[in-house]
Write a protein that binds this ligand. Structure first.
Ligand code: BTN
Length: 244
């Protein structure tokens, strides 16, 4: 991962560019930008990507897995970011299932996984990772929710160092996942989860679900126990965690 590397000063969105390039570049190509003018988050939200303060990158992967397994790659990326933050900043961040990295109860990183597939074959998966590294201001409406590694730890680091650590970890956990399956990744996802054990509300395809998050199952789905004692597995959704 990252052997082929494209660096841009300004771009609309590295995920958009990755989509355009995906069929023409090798597996593991990384696209990085200093600034995005139309950075995208999940569920059509926008992602603020100011110049030079964060890591705005997309990784193009062409794994030989089933399309429904692609969401596991979000988890693979999430644990890689958590491990990298640990290595570089010596602090423990947590994963708000499925794709937010949380430090001191605020979001420092978001992951946007997109793919192109046929019925039983993936053409490519794009893992978009946005990390607020040295950013020191956020719009009023995001204060209290979003933060940066610098604001939380008071240390500014070279973004290259953190990028390298994320990509090294991603290469390791991605290969481990491909060789050993989600089982290998699952205990780490559970250990680093801020969601498990908490009361949550999920807006999922199935509708709105309230309950306690109990675990992450073998498929990477979040298992929620409702008030009525029913256990539901949620593949993906927008989760709000009480107290966060
Ligand atoms: C989210 O939390 O909703 C996901 C945010 C993902 C942001 C990254 S920044 C690099 C890549 N390019 C984009 O336009 N989005 C992702």
């Amino acid at each position: 991962i990252g052997k082929n590397y494209i660096h841009k000063l300004v771009i609309d969105s590295t995920n958009n560019f990755a989509k355009e390039m995906a069929s023409k570049v090798p597996d593991g190509t990384v696209i990085i930008a200093e600034e995005q003018i139309a950075g995208r988050g999940r569920l059509g939200r926008s992602w603020i990507s100011q110049k030079g303060c964060g890591i705005w990158m997309s990784i193009i992967l062409k794994p030989n897995i089933q399309p429904q397994e692609a969401l596991n790659l979000t988890q693979v990326a999430a644990i890689s970011v958590v491990k990298a933050i640990e290595e570089v900043f010596h602090v423990e961040s947590k994963i708000k299932w499925p794709n937010d990295i949380i430090l001191n109860n605020k979001k420092v990183c978001g992951i946007l996984t997109e793919m192109s597939s046929e019925i039983d074959k993936i053409n490519y998966v794009i893992i978009g990772i946005g990390v607020n590294v040295n950013c020191d201001n956020f719009p009023e409406e995001l204060k209290g929710k979003a933060t940066s590694l610098y604001l939380e730890t008071n240390s500014k680091v070279d973004r290259k160092k953190l990028t390298a650590s994320i990509l090294n970890n991603l290469e390791f956990y991605y290969n481990a996942y491909l060789q050993k399956g989600f089982e290998y990744i699952r205990p780490i996802c559970i250990e680093k989860s801020i969601t498990i054990g908490r009361q949550i509300k999920v807006i999922a395809n199935e509708g709105e679900i309230e309950g306690k998050a109990v675990t992450i199952d073998n498929n990477g789905s979040l298992v929620v126990e409702t008030k009525e004692g029913k256990r539901l597995s949620i593949m993906s959704g927008d989760v709000s965690v009480r107290g966060l």
